[in-house]
Design a protein around this ligand. Structure first.
Ligand code: SF4
Length: 208
């Protein structure tokens, strides 16, 4: 075995290698893969690793889970998006316009902005004083009403490069410290702040 092959790649490195090979063209289903179909029969396997991971956006079907080791992870189990052929082609189109070196160096915010462009048609959220209020994107266009009968809790997620460093519940936006703010999700209800009010929202996922 060559020396290079012995180096263990981290998830982000594997994701970038996967992305660059996707630039060679959409791939289709991968029937020979031992995990096929990991999401649905007939799925597109151009991307094995989602370049937007962890997107922290419930609109795609993912959610935060706590592992048996007590580690917070973003679970993509219920997101089929990256295995949709049309979406995979859109991702290739959107990301292949950037030099590869830039894609290697760009941070999570860059990739999250590209994802927002793809699913909402525009970048809805921008970092503000180190924080990133994803609630603005996730709660928009859902049916929301003011919620006064419970604590005003939301989730503040600290990212360590492209992995989740910590997750904590906070009760107002001012408590955030360089974190990504997302609604608290309970089944199909989303609790968060919109226009200064604490709201509970219901609505379908914005899968393409
Ligand atoms: S939920 Fe979907 S879009 Fe988000 S990181 Fe997972 S696979 Fe990618």
């Amino acid at each position: 075995m060559e020396m290079d092959e012995q180096v263990e790649l981290n998830l982000r490195e594997r994701t970038l290698i996967d992305l660059f090979s996707a630039f060679e063209g959409a791939y289709g289903p991968s029937f020979e893969c031992k995990y096929y179909p990991c999401h649905f029969s007939g799925q597109d396997c151009t991307f094995c690793y989602c370049p937007f991971y962890p997107c922290l956006n419930y609109d795609m079907g993912g959610e935060i889970k706590l592992t048996s080791e007590g580690k917070f992870v973003w679970s993509c189990q219920d997101c089929w998006l990256i295995h949709d052929k049309k979406f995979a082609e859109d991702v290739i189109l959107a990301l292949s316009r950037f030099p590869r070196q830039r894609l290697v160096e760009e941070d999570w915010f860059f990739f999250n902005s590209i994802l927002q462009e793809l699913i909402y048609g525009e970048v809805v959220v921008k970092p503000e004083e180190g924080n990133y209020n994803l609630m603005e994107a996730v709660l928009a266009e859902k049916e929301c009403e003011e919620c006064e009968d419970r604590d005003t809790e939301i989730l503040a997620v600290r990212l360590d490069n492209f992995s989740i460093g910590s997750v904590r519940r906070i009760t107002n936006l001012e408590e955030a410290e360089n974190e990504v703010l997302i609604p608290l999700k309970e089944k199909n209800r989303y609790y968060g702040f919109m226009d200064g009010a604490y709201v509970v929202c219901r609505g379908s996922l914005r899968l393409i």
